[in-house]
Design a protein around this ligand. Structure first.
Ligand SMILES: Nc1ncnc2c1ncn2[C@@H]1O[C@H](COP(=O)(O)OP(=O)(O)OP(=O)(O)O)[C@@H](O)[C@H]1O
Ligand SMILES: [Mg+2]
Length: 144
């Protein structure tokens, strides 16, 4: 079992993506099949950026076992008032600065949902918790 933890700093566009880069490196080193790696990396990057641009900061954890990869993202608020609305493609509360940095198309959460086998999201004003599960021997039997 491999576990890792990363701090995610709010509004820091220079460090944004650092956790996801390390996760990618870890997956590569372990010889993870390319299709699985792409799904995990896409979801990880979107989730990390969301914590950077939409929250006051938080942390991510990575856990890998024989069966699955689990990514969790925790932040300390302000939370997502309407998760259903936030999941809608194209919906975004991103600022002008976010747009200048290339974020804010409103596609992140919907892409995460497509990438992960299981997406669990809980949010209140104290923070948002996103838990993503990827099965190594999934529907496609890609690693069998
Ligand atoms: N961790 C979070 N904390 C608070 N709000 C969030 C968080 N993640 C997402 N949101 C809210 O959900 C909306 C939709 O998120 P989504 O990732 O789909 O789009 P986006 O981040 O605005 O743009 P993109 O991901 O395409 O760059 C965000 O605009 C924001 O209002
Ligand atoms: Mg996003």
């Amino acid at each position: 079992m491999v576990t890792k933890e990363y701090q995610i700093i709010a509004k820091n566009y220079d460090l944004a993506g650092r956790a996801s880069s390390d996760i990618k490196r870890t997956l590569k080193n372990q010889g993870t099949p390319l299709t699985l790696m792409k799904r995990v990396c896409a979801a990880s990057y979107e989730a990390e950026i969301n914590v950077v641009i939409h929250s006051v900061g938080g942390y991510a954890t990575y856990e890998e076992t024989e069966e699955h990869i689990i990514l969790e993202f925790h932040d300390d608020g302000p939370g997502i008032p309407d998760i259903h609305l936030a999941m809608t493609e194209g919906y975004s509360t991103a600022t002008e600065i976010d747009h200048m940095n290339g974020f804010g198309a409103g596609m992140g959460l919907s892409n995460i949902k497509k990438s992960a086998d299981v997406m669990e999201i809980n949010s209140d004003h104290l923070g948002t918790h996103l838990r993503l599960t990827f099965y190594k021997r999934g529907r496609n039997h890609e690693s069998l």
